[in-house]
Design a protein. Structure first.
Length: 80
C-alpha cells in the first residue's frame, strides 16, 4: 500500500527507532535527498499524514499526538 520511497523510509526509520522514540521529518528528507532535502519537506509531511490516517504512525507535537488537520509548526513521527 505504501510503496513510495518516502513512506517506506518513514516506516523503516520509525520502526528502527521503536515505539518510544520519534523521527524528525528532516531526517527522512536528508536520508532520501541529501543535497536538496528542504525542497522535499512538504512531501515528507504529506506522506506522514497519509500514514497517520492509515493508522501506521502517529504525528507528535510537543510530546502529544496532533490532529493532522491542525498541524502548525514542527512535528515528530513515531511508529504505532
Amino acid at each position: 500500500m505504501f510503496h513510495n520511497p518516502i513512506s517506506q523510509t518513514i516506516l523503516t526509520m520509525t520502526t528502527d527507532r521503536g515505539p518510544d522514540k520519534t523521527v524528525c521529518p528532516s531526517e527522512i528528507a536528508r536520508a532520501l535527498f541529501p543535497v536538496n532535502w528542504r525542497k522535499y519537506m512538504p512531501e515528507v509531511r504529506n506522506a506522514a499524514i497519509e500514514l497517520q490516517k492509515a493508522g501506521k504512525v502517529t504525528i507528535i507535537q510537543k510530546g502529544q499526538p496532533v490532529d493532522v488537520d491542525q498541524i502548525k509548526g514542527p512535528i515528530r513521527i513515531k511508529i504505532n
